[in-house]
Design a protein around this ligand. Structure first.
Ligand code: NAG
Ligand code: NAG
Ligand code: NAG
Ligand code: NAG
Ligand code: NAG
Ligand code: NAG
Ligand code: NAG
Length: 523
């Protein structure tokens, strides 16, 4: 065998860059209808959408009965979990999905609870990032819908006003995080002591605050919220030292909160970096006048990604994955988390009128689709690699067939693959992506359904999923069920535009925010 070793070569010798980029759209149609695991083929979009709604209601019922207002349900044992400070994470995360599904009873169960949350008393250390994307994002989205097109779903106006008041309360409790010498916030906060863990912060955790805090500034008129996140973001837009940007626009992941300097040059479109890139283009959609610089940085990062990170597995050169990097050395591995990348390229391609970005995004969607269709359950793994030099002996046959091998086999109810199908469908109107989303939904339902809800599983490549972890993440409600519904569901103003025009933009937890309208900032 003549496996070549792509790792540990410098940028000058990037073996994959030379063969690429391949911007010619491949015949993705060849992949349609080959899934032998399709168990429940329902061609009728409305019936599919209703099945997703039924799943949402069943999941809510289990959570509401056994766990509310704790953060999460443990569905196998009907127990509770509080991984998000015991403020009711699943309830707040479920709100925008209940709204778009028109589930009035659930909407009012959630919004009549939110005014009672005391943000000043967290169960333990508070993550600025997780609290921002789930709680702040969920409440802001609820406020946008209930003061806008879904106002009729609220029984009591006071509960709607409380969504904004509680968003302000939460942000004010969190805002000491930005009181660092640099203005790059701490992530892990101890409210009782107004302390922090003293650690470096991350690219994603710093770079995934700007949409939520800016929207809150525009809704509340308190522009301090926007000033804080814009200051933090400024270090990400002009990274220092230069070595932390090994490819133009592609950055390291650890940032010193004292100096704002980057501490490494490792990254990719992976967990820890991912939604920094996602928000560069989404901020421009939110407010194109103020955030053109972020859009320009997205383009620089995207062009580098196509040029340097595009990778085709040796045993399946028809597939496209994105490599990670450490400096200019590529790491041929990726994650379920990273599978949002196709959707983000497609969204950007639509709003920038760039068929090149759309086509590239569709090839990434194709690759992630294969991580689902090739496993025993029809669900993709948490992480995978395609470095031919490191294939575990017992996965050689799998690697030969699929182009990748599994490095972490669990599935924790993540949304990113279905999320990217959603963007692919909105851009192309090709029903194939609705079929793929339905296949994924049916597989997830078949494998993770247990007890009073849905659970993380151990092994996507074992029939039945290899055992339950007895944990139901709040993003099951916020993301998996929302994207599974929207891709089959009726047209609505909050659906991603088919023409590149968007009235709403989704935060990284899939909470839709109204794009900036008449409430424009004057300064
Ligand atoms: C923190 O939130 C609570 C409501 O949960 C509010 O009463 C309090 O004023 C907030 N603290 C700050 C510093 O704004
Ligand atoms: C605006 O927000 C900041 C940051 O949380 C807070 O310190 C300040 O009191 C707020 N201003 C007003 C007028 O509420
Ligand atoms: C951040 O920079 C400060 C000042 O140079 C230094 O004292 C500190 O050790 C650095 N922190 C980390 C995590 O590197
Ligand atoms: C990344 O590269 C740096 C510098 O070459 C090295 O010190 C570090 O160990 C590498 N990190 C990983 C995770 O490989
Ligand atoms: C492959 O081998 C590893 C390491 O020995 C083991 O942990 C894993 O369970 C094996 N996987 C399969 C599918 O047999
Ligand atoms: C995988 O492919 C290689 C190269 O074609 C071949 O030598 C090897 O026998 C295959 N292994 C398995 C288990 O199929
Ligand atoms: C979901 O799973 C349940 C129980 O396993 C089954 O009864 C139902 O038909 C499934 N729904 C879909 C849409 O596959």
């Amino acid at each position: 065998m003549t496996w070549f070793t792509p790792l540990f070569l410098g940028a000058a010798a990037l073996p994959f860059a030379s063969a690429l980029p391949s911007n010619t759209p491949r015949d993705i149609g060849a992949y349609a209808n080959v899934n032998p695991k399709r168990q429940n083929d329902v061609p009728n979009r409305a019936a599919r959408a209703q099945a997703v709604v039924d799943t949402f209601k069943l999941s809510w019922e289990g959570y509401y009965t056994y766990a509310f207002p704790n953060d999460e349900l443990k569905p196998v044992t009907n127990g509770v979990s509080n991984s998000r400070n015991k403020w009711g994470a699943s309830a707040v995360d479920a709100l925008s999905t209940a709204l778009i599904m028109n589930e009035k009873t659930i909407v009012n169960q959630i919004i009549s609870y939110i005014p009672s949350i005391d943000w000043s008393v967290p169960l333990d250390e508070v993550s600025l990032f997780e609290t921002t994307i789930r709680y702040l994002g969920g409440m802001i989205s609820g406020y946008d819908f209930l003061t806008g097109p879904l106002a009729h779903l609220a029984d009591d106006r006071e509960n709607v006003d409380a969504l904004l008041a509680q968003s302000i309360n939460l942000a004010n409790n969190l805002s000491y995080a930005y009181e660092t010498p640099s203005g790059v916030p701490w992530n892990n906060l101890n409210f009782a002591t107004r302390g922090n863990d003293g650690k470096a912060n991350g690219l994603a955790t710093v770079g995934t605050l700007i949409l939520e805090w800016t929207r809150l500034a525009d809704l509340s008129g308190n522009y301090t919220y926007a000033d804080l996140v814009e200051k933090a973001e400024s270090y990400l837009l002009e990274p220092s030292p230069p070595s932390s940007e090994p490819f133009p626009g592609l950055l390291g992941m650890r940032i010193n909160t004292t100096t704002g300097e980057f501490l490494d040059a490792r990254g990719g479109w992976i967990g820890g970096a991912d939604s920094f890139y996602e928000y560069l283009i989404k901020m421009w959609i939110y407010n194109p006048e103020r955030y053109a610089t972020l859009k320009d940085r997205w383009i620089v990062a995207a062009d580098s990604t196509i040029k340097y990170l595009t990778s085709h597995p040796q045993t399946r050169p028809d597939l496209t994955f994105l490599a990670a990097f450490n400096g200019t050395t590529l790491d041929l591995s990726s994650q379920h988390l990273a599978c949002f990348d196709g959707g983000n390229f497609i969204l950007a391609g639509q709003v920038l009128s760039s068929q090149r970005y759309i086509d590239f995004g569709l090839t990434l969607v194709d690759g992630c689709h294969d991580t689902y269709t090739q496993t025993a359950t029809g669900i993709g793994p948490e992480s995978f690699s395609w470095d031919p030099a490191r294939v575990p002996a017992n996965q050689t046959a799998f690697f030969n067939r699929t182009g990748f091998y599994i490095t972490s086999s669990d599935y924790v109810l993540r949304p990113e693959v279905i999320e990217s199908y959603y963007y692919a469908y909105r851009a192309t109107s090709d029903p194939k992506y609705q079929d793929w989303a339905w296949d994924a939904f049916v597989a997830i339902n078949a494998t993770t359904r247990v007890g009073s809800g849905y659970s993380s599983i151990n092994d996507v490549n074992a029939a039945g999923g290899g055992g339950f972890q007895d944990f139901q993440e709040s993003f099951w409600f916020a993301e998996v069920l929302k994207y599974s519904y929207l891709i089959q569901g009726p047209e609505a103003e909050w659906q991603v535009g088919k023409d590149g025009k968007n009235s709403w933009v989704f935060n990284t937890e899939a909470h839709p925010f109204k794009v900036l309208g008449t409430e424009k900032r004057s300064q």
